[in-house]
Design a protein around this ligand. Sequence first.
Ligand SMILES: [Ca+2]
Ligand SMILES: [Ca+2]
Ligand SMILES: [Zn+2]
Length: 567
Amino acid sequence: MNEYIKIVILLTLTIGMIGCVQKERERKFIAVNLVGYPINEVKQAFLVNTEAEDLVLFDENTNQNVAELSYSIWKEADVASGDKINVIDFSDFVKEGVYSIRSTENENIRSGSFKISGNPYEEVAISSIQSFYYHRCGLGVENGTDWGYNICHIDDAAFYHNKSDKKEVWGGWHDAGDYNKFSVNTSLSAALLLYLYEDMPDKFSDGQLRIPENGNSMPDILDEVKWAMDWLMRMQKHNGGVYHKVSQEKWIGEYLPTEDPSERFIFKESSGATASFAASAALAARLYSEFNKAYSDSLRSSALKAWEFLEDNPQSVPLGGFKNPPNVFGGEYGDSNDTDERVWAAIELYRLTGESKFLRYIEIKFKNLPRYGVQPISWRNVNSLALSSLLKIPETIEPFDLKELAKERLISQANNILRTHERNNYKNLVKHTEYYWGSNSVGLAYAYDLIKGYELTNNEKYLNAAFDQLHFVLGRNPVNRSQVTAVGSRSVMKPYHQLSELDNAESPVPGMLVGGPNNHSHLNGNAISSFPAKNYEDVFKNYLVNEVAINYTAILAYVSGYLAFKN
Ligand SMILES: [Ca+2]
Ligand SMILES: [Ca+2]
Ligand SMILES: [Zn+2]
């Protein structure tokens, strides 16, 4: 290719890009939380890239205009999306119903419909928790809905490094759009659901979910998590270590769970998986004890055995974190720093046993925990979970007050997040540089930190900003679509979730959070938009933006559950 042709192509591309940017900027719409707004909270919608003097709140049931609306203008365009936003505040409107916001003169300027009701987020929380049932591996899923499937993957699995040897590791949750199973991600997801239960136990009951354990007198959320904990216990070795994952060698295409022909293998143990398991099993042992003492005892001894492995192996196992062997592709979930997972385990084991050795470990390691820049909760970073759990220890901790230090760190983290919130015109919590794979879960992880900031200070500014992130995920965003499958009046309908794509049901499994806008990796190298927050499409094959995952949905469950049930 000669230089001249290169320049022509470059110019064409550049002009194309400008055209594309221009077109994106011209997209005019009204962005709302497409589920709705609680009666007594702040209610805001965004009029995007246009002005309109004639906005009304339209009652969808009576077909009447019920209020005239005004807005305030935000002068600067939003950095992540390029959008110019005008804020419509209708907090004063407190009548329950189903509404939309419309221009009376331009019928193209209208929002999707949304509710104003006492507790619009209860259905979000419950459907996100219910969705875990449709990730269960190793049983026939059948509950009278459209998304059942026959028993799958009962042959899990042979050891990758010794293929003639096998161990029973059926059970657990399929990780994401695919069917592999990862210990660190399962422990994290289970723990988030358990913390939600711990923080508001009277909101969770038996009979709440459509699962086989409905009616066994244990709260259904605990039954669902038990399915995962049972699997994690099967993943434990005799020496206490926990195998890192059960997975195929490489991706071989899309199948229904039952029809997946891939051979699956158990990979070696890692200290990250072992420490995360020790934390989640100790937490579970504490919460299950009032319902099932024998089960709680077995979780407790498994958690203590995992801790023994960690004591025997003070360095990361393997050094540098888990790596896929050569010729193995797909999820790696490697973590080069397991200190945060170990501290989290020690905190949960202290809360379970009261043994002073765990406290001594926390004291020594605590000072070495990285100070917060801003790090969202993930399978490789559990600092926020560890600190917020530490703060639930009722007594003062000697010799120096760890709790004061934890409190100071969590509040400083929350304040950092508020600064992003103030800069973003969409009032979400993700910096424009943070639209990488899974950005929706990053935003909700920050909302978790804000909820902790609120609990520590009672200052509503943290809580309101957490609500704003939920509004973003549920539709008040640059792509004008709820990022939760089949939840909200306009939502993700084509997630990368093999079951939802291949089954006969019209709608995907409801309640799953997709990864969301991703500006760091593009399908076939093609960016969807030149703006980070608009690199999203509701297209099955684009797993980089539209894949679901248990850890995404678990953080959605925590945040939506907390905001739904806090009163
Ligand atoms: Ca139950
Ligand atoms: Ca880590
Ligand atoms: Zn399965």
